[in-house]
Design a protein around this ligand. Structure first.
Ligand SMILES: NC(=O)c1ccc[n+]([C@@H]2O[C@H](COP(=O)([O-])OP(=O)(O)OC[C@H]3O[C@@H](n4cnc5c(N)ncnc54)[C@H](O)[C@@H]3O)[C@@H](O)[C@H]2O)c1
Length: 364
């Protein structure tokens, strides 16, 4: 790694476009070229730091917000942004980097696939976003095709990373990645119903007037229309929800089936409501991906509802959907298979069947 002392010491964005063009000519796109730019850009050391590296594939609403969230958190020392729209990736990297003096130092830069070498995590957000009124499944084939074109490029340079899939329909995209690459099943999983479970917890917390941290609740199955809530696993302040609501909850006279159905509907339509209001969702999903990255980089062995290849859990096979998995440094460590009621198992099968039906209609 040879770096010239001629690296400009002043922040180049003050110098305008011509200086940036000269810098790009002097330090052509490449693994080290771009990295040294980010450091020298701020007059930092030219010596590469040893730390955690996260690559984000796709720098639209979701990818850029994840990058920003991770930068604030400071858990990665290096964040690489890749997008087919190189200008967008570069602009997002510069914008976030310029704020890093106010948080933990992170080297954020835009680059190419070869820059992804030694990534600990690759976050996949490429693709088309859901438009108002459009279901996630409508997006399926278009996003599968995009994924099939980008995955060989990234896996060539980051074969050992843990891949966290966010692109929708996330269960289908996760399945397509597993079927079309050599990556192992513990190495690839989707953010799945992490977000839906968070929405459920915050909705229930609001319902019982407690902190969401005192509410344990999960959404299983598809990240989408056929998701299901295993109510029998929901606990509040360490108690089964039914007991808490019967004896303690101020709202006990409203905790009947109708109220649960309305909470379930709220959770299932939460994303669509945000899209209808502001055109996209990205803050909550970015926070859930931040949490996943934390569990991987800090090897926390946390239980999360992520979308992974299913092997005979509840008699379901050959489909990706969300169930509880233990997540640590290598990705998925093992599944957790809690007992469900017959009714809940039937709903989970319905979700798996709906996903399989979509898969059967796609060219993967
Ligand atoms: N799983 C979840 O909970 C969740 C939540 C929100 C959004 N999403 C999904 O995340 C994805 C991204 O959403 P968004 O709002 O950021 O969309 P967006 O359109 O803002 O960004 C997508 C980015 O992907 C890039 N891209 C497209 N094709 C590419 C290619 N071949 N190579 C490299 N980059 C490419 C585009 O240039 C764009 O910058 C969508 O599929 C969306 O549905 C998932």
């Amino acid at each position: 790694m040879v770096f010239s002392n001629a690296v400009p010491a002043i922040p180049l964005f003050f110098a305008g476009g011509e200086a940036l063009r000269q810098r790009d000519a002097a330090f052509p796109a490449g693994r080290y070229g771009r990295t040294v730019f980010s450091y020298s850009y701020w007059g930092r050391s030219n010596i590469m730091k040893k730390g955690k590296k996260i690559t984000i594939l796709g720098t639209g609403n979701v990818g850029a917000t994840i990058a920003y969230t991770l930068a604030i958190d400071g858990m990665a020392s290096e964040i690489l942004l890749i997008d087919i729209n190189e200008k967008k990736a570069k602009g997002e990297a510069m914008d976030i980097l310029q704020g890093t003096p106010f948080c933990a130092p992170t080297n954020i830069y835009a680059g190419n696939y070869e820059d992804a070498v030694q990534s600990d995590i690759v976050i996949v957000t490429v693709g088309l976003a859901r438009k108002p009124g459009q279901s996630r499944i409508d997006l399926a084939q278009a996003n599968v095709d995009i994924i099939k074109s980008v995955m060989p490029q990234i896996t060539k340079f980051a074969p050992d990373a843990v891949y966290v899939v966010v692109s929708n329909p996330v269960d289908i995209i996760t399945y397509a990645i597993l079927k079309t690459t050599q990556l192992s099943e513990c190495q690839v999983f989707g953010s799945g119903t992490m977000l839906d479970s968070a929405r459920l917890r915050s909705r229930l917390a609001e319902h019982v007037g407690l902190n969401p941290k005192n509410v344990h609740a999960y959404v299983f199955g598809e990240h989408g229309d056929t998701s299901m809530i295993p109510w029998s696993l929901t606990t509040i302040a360490g108690m089964e929800m039914s007991k808490y609501c019967a004896y303690i909850c101020d709202e006990h006279n409203r905790c009947g089936k109708e109220e649960l159905k309305s909470i379930e509907d709220d959770v299932r339509t939460a994303g669509a409501k945000v899209i209808a209001l502001k055109g996209a969702t990205f803050y909550a999903v970015a926070l859930s991906v931040r949490r996943i990255c934390e569990c991987i980089l800090r090897d926390t062995d946390s239980v999360m509802t992520v979308s992974a290849m299913i092997h005979n859990q509840y008699g379901i096979n050959d489909v990706c959907l969300s169930l509880p998995f233990v997540v640590g440094a290598q990705g998925l460590r093992r599944p957790i298979i809690p007992p469900l009621t017959q009714e809940e198992e039937a709903l989970l099968h319905k979700s798996a069947d709906a996903l399989k039906e979509v898969i059967s209609q796609l060219k993967i």
